[in-house]
Design a protein around this ligand. Structure first.
Ligand SMILES: Nc1nc2c(ncn2[C@@H]2O[C@H](COP(=O)(O)OP(=O)(O)OP(=O)(O)O)[C@@H](O)[C@H]2O)c(=O)[nH]1
Ligand SMILES: [Mg+2]
Length: 353
């Protein structure tokens, strides 16, 4: 999975990037890319039990885009090219107060910031769409899908011209397939990160909170609260101190855990695990993936030569403590290729090549 972080200048994007990837950066002019480990506590637990040579968490590729200066000109923001191919867009909204980091007009208004950046994304899509429409006209007599494509692009155009993101539209499967390749930014799943200060975090309140929560709820968009700066500082502490300071802040999971949990849920992703003395590892799949396809995540040979999957759920395994006990209780399952893999399944694939 790949996510792109966008927002107004000085909203805390690069600080969030650092929190997620542990990579420290100076000011950025364009875009930074880094890898965030999805610190699934289940993997940590399995690793303690199996003591493998190697423990592999799932990862998320993170792109941190420099702050978008909005409303300066009506041309698309070329900075946004850096996130054309992401699976989800994360917008950082500034709520934290700081005299050291003044906002452009002295106001802290996350709801307004949200609208400004969303309009910027709409503008970027609109410009992409113009280009595509021009090209389509040129292919008019060659392209046998001309009419259909024209219809769906016009539908998109009408929404964008009303400043509406494309995810507000309903598309048929056919339409969705046609426009998938264009990488429209406002078609990508959106997540909001509100960057609060320490006091706002402790009191669980920030400016325009009600308005923002209502907006997000109506659209089914998750909001994740972080205090980027403070959490970066906490993440650099020793484990014991870390727990203490996190409790003081009122959080029990790290920023990456909270964000990845929200992103997985929002994008319909789940994890299954493979275990052993060599490696304990998490694999990310979409909900509804069957055992044979899931095997293909590891290697295409395992998918092709799939015989069966030996499955035990993480919870059963942890509760009973060993595979032996799981078997005695009849909770060790042999599943065929059509079995729909569940979040937290520990799987061993049998295959021949
Ligand atoms: N007090 C406080 N300061 C913060 C917080 N998050 C970020 N900052 C500070 O705000 C400034 C900007 O943070 P960045 O993370 O660089 O912001 P950015 O959105 O990447 O900025 P641009 O890339 O210039 O658009 C830095 O000086 C940070 O230390 C926070 O939660 N609290
Ligand atoms: Mg930055």
């Amino acid at each position: 999975m790949k996510i792109g972080i966008v927002g107004l200048p000085q909203s805390g994007k690069t600080t969030l990037f650092q929190l997620l990837t542990n990579v420290e950066l100076k000011a950025n002019l364009q875009a930074n890319t880094g890898i965030a480990k999805v610190l699934d506590p289940r993997i940590t637990e399995l690793s303690k039990i199996f003591q493998p040579k190697k423990t592999t968490y799932a990862t998320i590729e993170v792109v941190d885009v420099a702050g978008l200066v909005v409303g300066v000109n009506k041309k698309e923001n070329t900075l946004l090219n850096a996130i054309k191919d992401v699976d989800a867009v994360v917008q950082v909204l500034r709520a934290f107060r700081s005299d050291l980091v003044p906002t452009a007009d002295g106001k802290i208004e996350p709801m307004r910031d949200l609208n400004q950046i969303q309009s910027e994304l709409v503008l970027s899509d609109w410009s992409l769409l113009e280009t595509r429409l021009e090209r389509l006209e040129k292919e008019r007599f060659k392209n046998k899908n001309y009419e259909k494509e024209k219809a769906v692009l016009t539908k998109c155009q009408e929404a964008l011209e009303q400043d509406l993101p494309l995810w507000t539209l309903d598309f048929t499967d056919d339409e969705a397939k046609m426009i998938r390749g264009y990488n429209f930014l406002t078609l990508k799943p959106l997540l909001l990160v509100v960057n609060v200060d320490e006091e706002q975090m402790q009191r669980n309140t920030y400016p325009q909170q009600d308005e923002l929560e209502a907006w997000a709820e109506e659209r089914g968009i998750p909001i994740i609260i972080v205090s980027a700066q403070v959490e970066v500082e906490i993440s650099q502490l020793e484990a014991e101190d870390r727990a203490l300071f996190m409790a003081d802040l009122g959080i029990n999971e790290s920023g990456i855990e909270r964000l990845s949990r929200a992103a997985y849920a929002h994008l319909g992703l789940i994890s299954y695990f493979t275990t052993g003395t060599d490696e304990v590892r998490a694999w990310t799949i979409t909900q509804g993936t069957n055992a044979k396809q899931a095997a293909g995540k590891i290697h295409s040979d395992i998918e092709r030569g799939f015989i069966r999957a030996e499955v035990v759920s993480y919870d059963d395994f942890i509760e009973l403590g060993s595979i032996q006990k799981v078997k005695e209780k009849g909770l060790f399952r042999l599943e065929g290729k059509e079995y729909i893999v569940q979040d937290g399944d520990i799987i061993s694939f049998r295959f021949n090549v």
